[in-house]
Design a protein around this ligand. Structure first.
Ligand code: SF4
Length: 717
């Protein structure tokens, strides 16, 4: 299952970017360049790739990336260094910090793009080698509210509890705060096929996005009010007698409280809060309730709010009251964003979790994982700070930081403050492919291998575990993240337990995950190479483990040595809660953390453009993508532009309580007049996250990226 001649043969693998994890082939052609080509046999994208995927090989070129470790020199610059010197310097500084301030003064910040093996090894490194509780990752900024709401309702979080292929077979999809036409274009065909099959698409978004343009119904609520929108729809479901009473009775708990909360949200009241009219609400309810199957899919819109967990909970309530969740071709799902956004949250780099998606506070989970790791469970630290709280503590409680696969200088909220906190550290080490804006601040930068240069697994937004194969040899001077952790662990006195072979790490991950909610124990590299991925949970046959293979969420169970087929569809028999019932959440509307006022009268919402990915660290270095999306902009309605006296392309300053960002005006009727939009992929003067509000959701600790109060000014040169 490993390519015999990785530099010459066409190797099937997966895109380095988003959670769709499109299949592609890579071939090294004459002159040493690498070509991306279609891989039509992979079912998720059937050969289709977006511009990011098509140009992904550009970042493999030696000129586009780091090929030597860098260390901060006496005069303050970063200069090339050998690997031993760089690793010695990191280990020495981590040791000094620990001796002076204690283990919790060491921080680790991971990423949702890391493979499962790296995420697993990083979590183990933090807890076993450093002994710190202070580890979290940028996935906290991505889907953590959906994860919290899904766990609360269903007892388990898997982004989509059904495969994408179910979308065209349902009757209606409500896409809430999701713009797949720009974020994962090949997935749009599922929604096109839905409509061709007679189904309907409802898009909830303050902007008329490319996705919203294809919808049968577009609802454009004021940013931060989609919780009220869902409650208004649930109110109408009850008032119009559309509740699936038998389902609610048999398969759920908590309905009376949730029903009472929804009934307090009259449609006219919801119209005043959201700006969505009562007839539009009624039409949405009719479209959603008429077919025998329907889905709600959320993305960052409802999730990246200081009430994100309850907002997603309100949409789940709608699914439960209408009998959609845990039924064929129906249910609630989250469209996770980052390449390994799903797997990245399952294997232990999250502040409150252990591998297998186990809770760090669960004594049985601690015992199980400690046994696999060969350590005393009492030595495992407890939960640490969430991502923003960790960044906010840099330079005070947390004195040294190791960053792997993340660029918080661009992607964190209140980014100028985060940048200042990073600068205040005693010591910063960054592992990355390129000299990102965060790496520029580091004392040591380690150049690491990337997707096509290493083997490893990711788990896509469907919960489908995939094998990314090594297709080309990394340039000289570059090493894998697993080698980095191995090298640091050895220098910090832990000689064993950090192999550099990803398959060896995966074999340990399988054991650590066995019996947990995200059970990978029945999956191995050979299977992944032979199949088009395997959906978790996939327990090992009892002969392999000596344990039962039945899971509370599987649609099928195994009691023999026959390999478990994996679980494409969850919850069809029962939910993963103790009593098998899904739980309603009694949620109510509340304002955003920051509402407009006289000083900051406009709402800002942030998001993405099709040609850039996340903080742009890789895609901004690809000429074709940069030409398509060269910089940030401020999208605003003609009425707001007229009030400001601004014309298309004029520089506008957007000012919030956190700072100021300047970018050219892009005037469109496709946005509400009370709202401006900025994409967040760029650093510098136009950095959108300079403005965003780090107010946190009390459960998921998700910052409020999607709504804050700003004023907009024309800039005179
Ligand atoms: Fe890559 Fe996502 Fe584009 Fe597919 S949709 S090619 S996974 S960036």
């Amino acid at each position: 299952h490993r390519p015999a001649a990785p530099d010459t043969a066409a190797t099937p693998t997966h895109c380095p970017y988003c959670a769709l994890q499109c299949g592609m082939n890579l071939t090294r052609v004459d002159g040493g360049t690498v070509e991306v080509s279609e891989r039509a046999d992979f079912p998720v994208n059937r050969g289709a790739l977006c511009g990011k995927g098509r140009t992904a090989a550009a970042v493999l070129a030696p000129g586009a990336r780091l090929t030597s470790p860098l260390v901060r020199s006496g005069d303050g610059g970063l200069v090339p260094a050998g690997w031993d010197e760089a690793l010695d310097r990191i280990a020495g500084n981590l040791e000094r910090t620990r001796a002076e301030y204690g283990a919790d003064a060491l921080g680790v910040f991971g990423g949702g793009g890391l493979t499962n093996e790296k995420a697993y090894a990083l979590g183990k490194f933090a807890r076993v080698v450093l002994g710190t509780s202070q580890i979290d990752y940028n996935g906290r900024f991505c889907m953590s509210s959906a994860a919290a709401a899904g766990t609360r309702a269903f007892g388990l979080d898997r982004g989509l509890p059904f495969p994408l292929e179910d979308i065209p077979r349902t009757g209606c999809v409500i896409l809430v705060g999701s713009n797949p036409a720009e974020t994962m274009p090949p997935s749009l065909r599922y929604f096109t096929e839905l409509r061709e099959n007679g189904g309907t698409l409802i898009v909830v978004d303050p902007r008329r996005t490319r996705t919203a343009e294809q919808a049968d119904l577009h609802l454009a609520p004021r940013p931060g009010t989609d919780l009220a929108l869902a409650l208004g729809m649930l109110h109408l479901v009850v008032a119009e007698g559309r509740v699936d009473e038998a389902y609610v009775e048999e398969r759920t708990s908590g309905w009376e409280e949730a029903r009472a909360a929804a009934m307090a949200h009259w449609p006219e009241y919801v119209e005043r809060i959201t700006g969505v009219s009562v007839p539009e609400l009624r039409e949405a309810v009719r479209l959603f309730c008429t077919p025998d199957a329907a889905m709600v899919l959320t993305a960052r819109g409802p999730e990246q709010q200081a009430k994100g967990t309850d907002t997603v909970g309100a949409w789940i309530n709608l699914c439960l009251a209408t009998g959609r969740a845990g039924r064929p071709r129906s249910g609630y799902g989250c469209l996770t964003g980052q390449g390994n956004g799903q797997g990245g949250r399952e294997h232990g780099q999250k502040a409150d979790q252990l591998p297998g998606y186990r809770r760090l506070t669960d004594p049985a989970a601690r015992r199980h994982v400690a046994e696999v790791w060969g350590v005393d469970p009492d030595t495992l630290p407890g939960p640490g700070r969430s991502a923003y709280e960790l960044l906010d503590a840099l330079g005070t409680d947390v004195r040294s930081l190791l960053v792997m696969g993340s660029n918080p200088v661009v992607s964190a909220p209140r980014a100028a403050h985060v940048e200042e906190r990073l600068r205040s550290l005693d010591f910063l080490a960054v592992c990355d492919v390129v000299l990102s804006e965060t790496a520029e601040l580091a004392d040591v930068v380690l150049p690491v291998t990337q997707w096509a240069e290493e083997t490893g697994t990711t788990t896509n937004l469907e919960g489908r575990v995939l094998l990314r194969r090594r297709a080309v040899t990394a340039p000289e001077g570059v090493r894998g993240d697993l080698e980095v952790l191995h090298g640091l662990a050895g220098r910090l006195g832990v000689e064993k337990g950090f192999p550099t072979d990803p398959e060896e790490v995966f074999e340990e991950l399988r054991r650590a995950s066995a019996g947990g909610p995200a059970d990978y124990s029945g999956i191995d590299y050979r299977r992944l190479a032979e199949e088009d991925g395997v959906f978790w949970p996939c327990p090992a046959p009892p002969a392999d483990t000596g344990t039962s293979t039945s899971t509370s969420t599987s649609t099928s169970t195994s009691t023999s040595t026959v390999p478990h087929p994996g679980t494409p569809r969850l919850f069809l028999d029962r939910f993963a809660t103790d009593d098998g019932r899904a739980r309603f959440a009694p949620v109510a509307h509340r304002p955003s953390a920051e509402e407009p006022d006289a000083e900051y009268p406009v709402l800002l919402t942030t998001g993405r453009v099709v040609a850039q990915y996340q903080s742009g660290a890789q895609t901004r270095r690809v000429a074709e993508l940069n030409a398509a999306a060269p910089g940030p902009f401020v999208e605003l309605h003609p009425r707001l532009a007229a009030r400001l006296g601004a014309a298309e392309g004029d520089p506008l300053a957007v000012v919030s309580r956190r700072g100021r960002a300047v970018a050219p005006a892009r005037i469109t009727t496709g946005i509400r007049p009370d709202t401006v939009f900025m994409p967040f992929h760029w650093p510098g003067a136009g950095r959108a996250n300079t403005l965003t509000n780090p107010a946190l959701d009390p459960t998921s600790r998700m910052p409020e990226f999607k709504v804050c109060a700003v004023r907009v000014e024309t800039v005179t040169s």
